[in-house]
Design a protein around this ligand. Structure first.
Ligand code: NAD
Ligand code: MN
Length: 364
C-alpha cells in the first residue's frame, strides 16, 4: 500500500465546502482497493487566520508544506479583506515559495454539460493551457511613491527572465509532445510589448528546435480570444504569460460550461517541492455557506493530483465518477442550471467510485 501525505488548505468562502468534499472523494479512492492511502493534514490558513494573527499563513508555513507529497487548495479571498492581501498572503506565497512555476489547466466539455458554443462539438474543445506562474506581470515587482499626493505614481513591473521563460516553454512543448495532436500555440503580445514579449517569442522559437515533432504557431492574445470562440478545434496545448493565461483560462472554463468545473495544478515539474491542486474558481461570496457550490472543479483537481503522484488508474477512476455525475442532470448544481447540493454530488461521486472498487472502470 502506497501512502501519500496530502496537505488540505480550504482557505476562504466555498473553499471550506469543496475541499472537504475533495477529501471525501480521495478517501473513497483509498477505500476502493486502489492500493493507495492518504495521510491528510489540514491547515486553517486564510481570512479567519488573518483576523486572528495578522497574516494569512504563519511565517514558517512553507516549511510545513515542504514535507507533503501534494497540496489540495480551495480559495483565497474574504469579503472583509482586500483581495491583494489574501491572494499574495496565501496562494501566491505558496506558488512562488514552492517554485510551482507551471500552472496547468486542462479544459474539455465533460459528459452531460451544456456548453455555450452551439457550433462546437464536444471533441472540438480539448485544451490544456500552461500558464507561467512565478513571474511576468504578477512578479510582484513595483511600488508606489508620493502616496496620497496629486503626483502619486504606481508601477507594476512585468519581469521576465530568460530562465523563467525557457523553463515554461520547455514544459509546454514537452506536454504538447505527449498529447495525441502534438500541437502548441504560443500566446504573445510582442507587437505592443516590445521587450519581454519579444524575448518570449525568441525563446519559444529556440525551444521549438528541440521538439521537431510538435507543430506550433503564435497568436496575439487579443486574437486568441476570438480564435477560442470561433475555431476551438484549431487549438490543443496553449502556453501564455501569467496575466494572459489567467484571463484566457477563465474564458476557457466558461466555454467548457462553468467556472465551477474547471481544475488546475500549480506544478513544480522537477518535484523538488510539492505541487498544489485547486479548482480555478474563487471564494464565491454570493453562494458561500449555502452548501450549493459545485465540487466538480475540486474533484477534477484531485484527479490531476493523483496523476501527478503517479497514480493514473486512480486518477481515471475519479474522472469516470465525475463524468457519471455530470451526465445526470439531477446531479447538476445551480451553476449548471440544476438544484443539486454539494453533498449530493459528493455522495454520488463517492458511491460511484466505491461501486467500481477492485475492477477497471469503463472509460467515458
Ligand atoms: P469567483 O470564482 O469566486 O465567483 C465568480 C462567480 O462564479 C460567482 O457568481 C460564483 O458564485 C460562481 N462560482 C464560482 N465557483 C463556483 C462553484 N464551485 N459552484 C458554483 N458557482 C461558482 O470569482 P470572484 O467573484 O471574482 O472572486 C471572489 C473572491 O475569490 C475574491 O476575493 C477573489 O480574489 C477570490 N479568488 C480567489 C481565487 C483563488 O484563490 N485561486 C481565484 C479567483 C478568485
Ligand atoms: Mn484567475
Amino acid at each position: 500500500m502506497k501512502r501519500y501525505r496530502i496537505a488540505l488548505i480550504p482557505g476562504d468562502g466555498i473553499g471550506k465546502e469543496v475541499v472537504p468534499a475533495g477529501r471525501q472523494v480521495l478517501e473513497a479512492v483509498a477505500g476502493a482497493e486502489s492500493g493507495i492511502g492518504f495521510e491528510f493534514e489540514g491547515f486553517d490558513w486564510g481570512g479567519d487566520y488573518y483576523r486572528a494573527h495578522g497574516a494569512m499563513m504563519p511565517d514558517d508555513g512553507l516549511e510545513a508544506l515542504r514535507g507533503q507529497n501534494a497540496i489540495l487548495f480551495g480559495s483565497a479571498g474574504d469579503p472583509g479583506i482586500p483581495d491583494h492581501i489574501t491572494l499574495w498572503g496565501l496562494r501566491l506565497k505558496i506558488c512562488q515559495g514552492l517554485d510551482q512555476y507551471a500552472n496547468v489547466r486542462p479544459t474539455r466539455i465533460l459528459r452531460g454539460i451544456d456548453a455555450p458554443l452551439k457550433r462546437c462539438r464536444t471533441e472540438d474543445l480539448d485544451w490544456v493551457i500552461v500558464r507561467e506562474n512565478t513571474e511576468g506581470e504578477y512578479s510582484g515587482a513595483g511600488g508606489r511613491v508620493h502616496q496620497g499626493f496629486p503626483i502619486e505614481a504606481a508601477m507594476d513591473v512585468s519581469l521576465m527572465t530568460r530562465a523563467g521563460v525557457e523553463r515554461i516553454q520547455r514544459y509546454a512543448f514537452r506536454l504538447a509532445a505527449s498529447r495525441p495532436r502534438k500541437r502548441l500555440t504560443v500566446v504573445t503580445k510582442s507587437n505592443a510589448q516590445r521587450h519581454a514579449m519579444v524575448m518570449w517569442d525568441e525563446v519559444a522559437a529556440e525551444v521549438a528546435g528541440d521538439f521537431p515533432e510538435v507543430g506550433w504557431d503564435k497568436e496575439l492574445v487579443d486574437a486568441m480570444t476570438a480564435r477560442m470562440v470561433n475555431r476551438p478545434a484549431s487549438l490543443d496545448t496553449i502556453v501564455a504569460t501569467n496575466l494572459h493565461a489567467d484571463v484566457l483560462s477563465d474564458l476557457a472554463a466558461a466555454l467548457a460550461g462553468s467556472l465551477g468545473i474547471a481544475p488546475t495544478g500549480n506544478i513544480n515539474p522537477e518535484q523538488a517541492f510539492p505541487s498544489m491542486f485547486e479548482p480555478i474558481h474563487g471564494s464565491a461570496f454570493d453562494i458561500m455557506g449555502q452548501g450549493v457550490a459545485n465540487p466538480i472543479g475540486t474533484f477534477w483537481s484531485a484527479s490531476m493530483m493523483l496523476d501527478h503522484l503517479g497514480e493514473p488508474e486512480a486518477a481515471r477512476r475519479v474522472m469516470e465518477a465525475v463524468e457519471y455525475a455530470t451526465a445526470d442532470p439531477k446531479l447538476h448544481t445551480r451553476d449548471l442550471g440544476g438544484a443539486a447540493t454539494t453533498a449530493e454530488v459528493t455522495e454520488a461521486v463517492c458511491a460511484r467510485i466505491a461501486a467500481g472498487a477492485g475492477r477497471p472502470l469503463a472509460t467515458a
